[in-house]
Design a protein around this ligand. Structure first.
Ligand SMILES: [Zn+2]
Length: 220
């Protein structure tokens, strides 16, 4: 789609901005505008404090030092979900991700009862994978518990996390497979081992695929 003359974009942008999109050309025009948008210096997507990407999640912001402002998926393609286990409790995860000295945080933290906290917007780059390329292309999900304790990975946690991952994959067109939904341990060059040997990938991927076939959840 790179052959469209650039001079057409400005006029279309005005049309779309004014809500006058014509059905037949709307998709193409929207795509061009999205790509034109992030090239403009100083333009950013509208941000609303406390706005969520996952319906029903609790918003609690990570420290500003633990993520980088971005405009994904326009500036970076999102094509990976990275699964973590925190080696601690849900409150501990929130506490360290709110600590600017920690230098890391995930977009989401899932509790044993299935409750989800969102700490960083999906359009922004969270420092969670220990790898710049992977951070820029991924969404990070932290799970309460310890890698060596299989009982920490509860049914409610798997189900809730799977719905979250299915939603993320649906939003960005990420394939529901183990190439795109990976553990921190699978990030190239990492010395981290999470989510560990007790994380049941077969069970999780089945739940993700099932959740992807459900209708989108209503806003809580
Ligand atoms: Zn990790």
């Amino acid at each position: 789609m790179g052959s469209e003359p650039k001079r057409g974009i400005g006029r279309r942008a005005v049309l779309i901005g004014g809500g006058a999109a014509v059905a037949g050309t709307a998709l193409l025009a929207r795509d061009e505008i999205r790509r034109a948008w992030w090239r403009l210096p100083g333009t950013r997507k509208k941000r609303v404090e406390g706005e969520l990407d996952h319906p029903g999640a609790q918003w609690t912001a990570a420290a500003r030092a633990n993520w980088r402002r971005a405009d994904r998926p326009d500036d970076f393609t999102i094509d990976r979900v990275v699964i973590h286990v925190v080696q601690g409790s849900f409150p501990t995860a929130l506490k360290v991700f709110k600590n600017p000295g920690h230098g890391a945080a995930t977009h989401y933290v899932v509790r044993k009862d299935g409750h989800i906290a969102q700490m960083i917007r999906e359009l922004d780059v969270a420092f969670h994978a220990g790898d710049r390329d992977m951070n820029e292309r991924s969404i990070g999900i932290e799970h309460e518990g310890y890698v060596h304790r299989a009982k920490d990975f509860t049914e409610a946690m798997y189900a809730s996390s799977a719905r979250l991952t299915a939603g993320i994959c649906g939003r960005y067109g990420i394939p529901l497979d183990r190439e795109h939904i990976i553990g921190h341990v699978e990030v190239p060059g990492t010395d981290h081992t999470d989510p560990g040997p007790h994380w049941d990938w077969d069970r999780y991927m089945k739940l993700v695929r099932a959740a992807s076939r459900e209708p989108a959840p209503a806003k809580a």
